[in-house]
Design a protein around this ligand. Sequence first.
Ligand code: ADP
Ligand code: MG
Length: 711
Amino acid sequence: MLRPRQFSPCEPFTCPVQKSDANLDSPLTVLSGVGPALDTKLARLGLRRVEDLLFLLPNRYEDRTTLAKIGSLQAGSRCLVSGEVLLAETVYRGRRNLLVRIGDGTGQMTLRFFHFSRQQQAQFRTGVVLSCFGDVRTGPVGLEMVHPEYRILKPGQHPVISDSLTPIYPATEGVQQGRLRNLATQVLEIAKASPPDELLPDEIRRQYDMPALFDALLYLHQPPPDADLASIDAGRHPCQQRLSFEELLAHYLSLRNLRDIARTAGAPQLREGAKLAERFISGLPYKLTAAQQRVIDEITDDIATPYPMLRLIQGDVGSGKTVVAAVACLRAIASGVQVAVMAPTELLAEQHYRNFSDWFRPLGIEPTWLSGSQRQAERRESLEAIASGDASLVIGTHALFQEGVTFKQLALVVIDEQHRFGVHQRMALREKGEQGQGHPHQLVMTATPIPRTLAMAAYADLDTSIIDELPPGRQPVQTVAMPETRRAEVIERVRSSCKNGQQAYWVCPLIEESDVLDYQAAEASYRMLAEALPDLQVGLVHGRMKPAEKDSLMRAFKNGKIQLLVATTVIEVGVDVPNASLMIIENAERMGLSQLHQLRGRVGRSSTKSHCVMLYKPPLGQLARNRLAILRDTNDGFLVAQRDLELRGPGELLGTRQTGLPQYRIADLVRDAGLMPKVQLAAESIRRSAAGKGDEIVRRWLGDAGRYGKV
Ligand code: ADP
Ligand code: MG
């Protein structure tokens, strides 16, 4: 609600006496005006030391460096003006309004208040001079400001004009702007006396032409009147880039440190199984692609060393990541240790279980199943086999890594569809193997490609392998967007394609945050489709189904007994039924690009021409139209991911909103993507020749926790 405000202080703040030994490390209570109450409030916002306030940057600025002439004001601007009260009156326009007419000789304008005290009303006597600051808009009688900040001037007193732009600090609950500005001014004084250390080596600063840390901070707290506000607003000012750079560097270094620590743990060397792997590969109904073979070689080399492998496999949907992982598993099993394969959903874990069973049984290896929804007795049996080491290959969901699961000698962990697991989970996994000989080797596979710069930032603790080739003969999935008003046509298309021996998916609208609604929507679509297509076998799979039910349904679909599978987005990741060649996605306009690409990747898995129909609810906005056009125009997952990153930001793309993608104070992984390659180079050079500085950079930005694992 708008409330009358007094003009908040924007005159240069004169510093009250501070304890002279205050420095950046001091608690905030050294600042004048910070008592226990405010200190607690600030602590709640993560602000504890003077330095924390130094790094709390304004998110915009107001220009109170010039006094505007009323005659030249324009609606839409935000200005400081000064004038004499010509008339003040209360009018009723549905509610009480206080209107104050002011003039400065060049023109007149109105100040409008909806909330005001009698005292305030009395201030606006005719002839009184005031200054005010606010948004100018067109009112019923000329230009006006609604609830401006204002200050009554004493006779002969001049309006206060700032000599730098006025910083507006990020909204901080219960701490007023004026107060924050005051604290910031004090902090800058302290910092001038004992500036923060410049931690970036000179040659790096010179190489990238970056300002010194403290200069950048000073500038952003108090930009001069001629500062390029457009570039600051965009976060692209050299001073901001300087800080973003150091922050990205801190996160990157911290992940690299994490990797070093993980690697010092040591790991069992897995060198056996070459013959077994060969037998397996030659038994496959297809030849591995060169990219698959290359990645297999990289993994084979990694796990033969006495350091834990930390490798990420990136590959587009359908590039054949599973079989690559299978080869790694075989080599480990042949070396006499245990392997765990973990998938993010029960559905996907079951699919892996089936695949690995089919693949490995002929080789005399029987996988063990472990999931949260297993019957007690069965689970106990699995747990025993895992603890005794009899289970050489264990497949399941994240239940694999809960307490109570003890491996005898876990030496390789495969995590499928990595984007659902954050760095915290990666850490937890490492610790699982710790009871044995060092850490297990880790292989993580992404569901969808991650743009290079984002991978650098989020997965700097991992080595990356890229499968940049699809199995031969795959045809791009032809993709169209259609309004849902043409649903009948689409149903007809499903009928004819299934009559030709093909199979189809129908993905129902995703109803966020509600399993129940999600399920009801899927139910409704299922009934509608079953009725419209009486001559087809239609099945429904959703997240609330019992695993056994789901399993038998998926099996029926895989065997072709069901021709049309109606599904919620549970089938988003990984599901592999090569005979399916038609994908219908409802409410496509509400899904992310990578998610749509992932869904679309369920078809186009054989040499049959496949199609994807994205149904949308009209009217479609321009942005949504552009988004769908991207999918229509490309089948390249790396490209889709890049656009998704630009449109929605990294949190959505990594699926790590809940799983610990670090929060950045200043940097922005999309805006600052261009910095990442430089950050990477700088980090390697610092690690080589200024490791101490590197640690300080990490400490400055991430605190003593400094390691994701401990945050
Ligand atoms: P993703 O990389 O999306 O996890 P999958 O591992 O599920 O892909 O493999 C997709 C499909 O491609 C599976 O049906 C798999 O059997 C098949 N496939 C894997 N590698 C090859 C290959 N080299 N040639 C032909 N088909 C392959
Ligand atoms: Mg997969």
